[in-house]
Structures are given as C-alpha cells and as structure tokens.
Design a binder for this molecule. Structure first.
Ligand SMILES: O=C(O)CCC(=O)C(=O)O
Ligand SMILES: [Fe+2]
Length: 277
C-alpha cells in the first residue's frame, strides 16, 4: 500500500506558519486500530490522570517516554512519521514522549496559551529543536475544543511562562500583542488528519462543552544532538527505532504494556514543566 508522505512543500508551510496539517496522514483503518485499542486499554485508563484547568474542568491523559511495540508505538515509530520529523528538525530524531489526550464531553478542560518549549526549556533542552505531532482519533471541532494556533508565532522565539491556575501559560502581555498581529487558526481535524506543530508556536484550546469526545495521540520529538543536561528519560536522545508503515495494522489491537515508562504526576514533581501541553 502507498502511504501519504510529508513533502518539501509541507516543510515550507511548517517553516512559514509554525504548523502544517496533513489530511488523512493515517488511514481510517489505522485510526480504528489506534482508537479502538485505546478505548479498551485498561493500562491506559489505569495510568491516565486528570489535568485541571483554571475553571476546574479536566483533561484525562496518559503520558509515556519510550515508544513501545504496541499500536501507539508504531504510530510514533513508523517510517512516514520518522521521515517527516527528520525533515522538520533536519537530523536524526529521538522520541521525547507521547500522550493520549482524552478530552471528554462536557468535562474536557481548556489549555492556556503556551508554547511547548516554554516548559521543555526548563527540562534542560537548550535548543528548540523539538516538534509535536497530533493525530486526531475523533473529529476535532470548534465545539469540542479543538486546538487553536497563532500562525507564525514560532518566529517570536521563546516567551516567558508563568503559572495560570494549575497550568503554566505564556505571558499574556505578549500573547495579547501577538493576537493583534497574527492569525488565530482553529485546527479542525477529521480522524486521521495529523497536525505537526513547532515547539515555539503559541497554542491553546477551549473546554469541551459538546456531546462529543475529542481524543488525540500526540508524539513529541527531539533532535538526538539536543540532549537535555537534566535527568530526562533516555528516550529523548535515543534515535527512534523505525518500523515500516505497515506496522500499525500489523499489531492492530496491541495495547500498551504496564511496564512502559509512564509519567506519574504524584512522583514526578517537574510535571508542570513536562506537561507540554
Ligand atoms: O490538545 C489540547 O487541547 C492541548 C494539547 C497541547 O497543548 C499539546 O499537546 O502540546
Ligand atoms: Fe502544548
């Protein structure tokens, strides 16, 4: 089977705008494999925790560092993904972490304006050679609190971040000025559509007040040369062990192992920085 590939035109758009959307980068069958598995994955539900927004709404999420041989790991490690991220970052890439974001109907929380590098910088990464890739497992719409990005804002460089509620957000003085000059884009996605976004692009999302879940699987990558000087799990400088594009459908219903290196917020006191959002 032919799989859609990330092109040099996609890379140009990413460099210009700080993000690019690849429609149907993963097929309906692949999304069914990942979403169907995650919906019934007891380990994922055991390892998920709530992350509260400033109004007490909450997003459920599970986060792990080393990509495994399960259906989620195959997403993070498959060839079209690794090649795309190599093109974006311009070198050999490592997987920083992945998370399954479960923004449930009526309760799914908001995320304040932030840059992912606003947090990751505090985790010891000197360079913003980092990128996130979000796969929509369900439709993401304005109604269910889809991601919003400020187009071109990655060019501002890193902005100071401070605590807003339980979350850490970007300086609102800078965000408010940035909002006057750049276009705010609601990233509406169909299942299978995939958003690549720069670690310095400003983004946020509103609460999910709708009847529909918004679930996404997000993998973050780093250049292996951008090794943290802090005590981060080794996955962040270990080259991704690439698998074929067929791998998702080959493992299909394989859920995550309980032994995966999950982030546990109770023990990990640098949670606020890691959670990337
Ligand atoms: O999905 C969301 O609403 C926020 C996600 C986010 O900020 C991230 O993954 O970096
Ligand atoms: Fe984020």
């Amino acid at each position: 089977m032919d799989y859609k590939q990330f092109t040099s035109a996609d890379k140009e758009a990413f460099d210009r705008d700080g993000y690019v959307i690849l429609k149907k980068f993963f097929s309906a069958e692949e999304v069914e494999a990942i979403y169907g598995t995650s919906r019934n994955d007891n380990i994922i539900s055991q390892k998920s925790f709530d992350f509260n927004d400033s109004k007490g709404m909450r997003t459920k999420l599970a986060l792990w560092y080393t990509p495994q041989d399960d259906v989620y790991g195959m997403y993070s490690r498959c060839q079209r993904m690794v090649r795309a991220v190599e093109m974006i970052l311009g070198g050999t890439v490592a997987h920083y972490h992945s998370k399954l974001m479960q923004k449930e109907p009526k309760v799914g929380g908001a995320w304040e304006w932030h840059q992912d590098y606003g947090y990751w910088y505090n985790n010891g990464f000197l360079f913003p050679d980092m990128v996130s890739v979000m796969l929509a497992l369900t439709s993401a719409t304005v109604e269910n609190g889809c991601l919003q990005v400020l187009k071109g804002s990655h060019k501002m460089g890193r902005i100071e971040h401070g605590i807003t509620g339980q979350q850490v957000g970007a300086s609102m003085e800078k965000v408010n000025e940035a909002l006057k000059r750049m276009e705010l884009v609601y990233v509406e996605l169909e299942p299978g559509d995939t958003l690549f976004f720069h670690c310095n692009v400003l983004h946020r999302s509103e609460a999910n007040l709708s009847e529909h879940s918004r679930w996404s699987l997000i993998s973050a990558y780093n250049l292996v040369s951008n090794r943290s000087y802090k005590d981060e799990p080794a996955s962040h400088y270990t080259p991704v062990s690439m698998v074929s594009d067929e791998a998702i459908l080959q493992v299909k219903t394989q859920g995550i192992a309980a032994s995966a290196d999950f982030l546990t917020p109770e023990v990990d006191n640098k949670f606020k920085e890691t959670i990337t959002q």
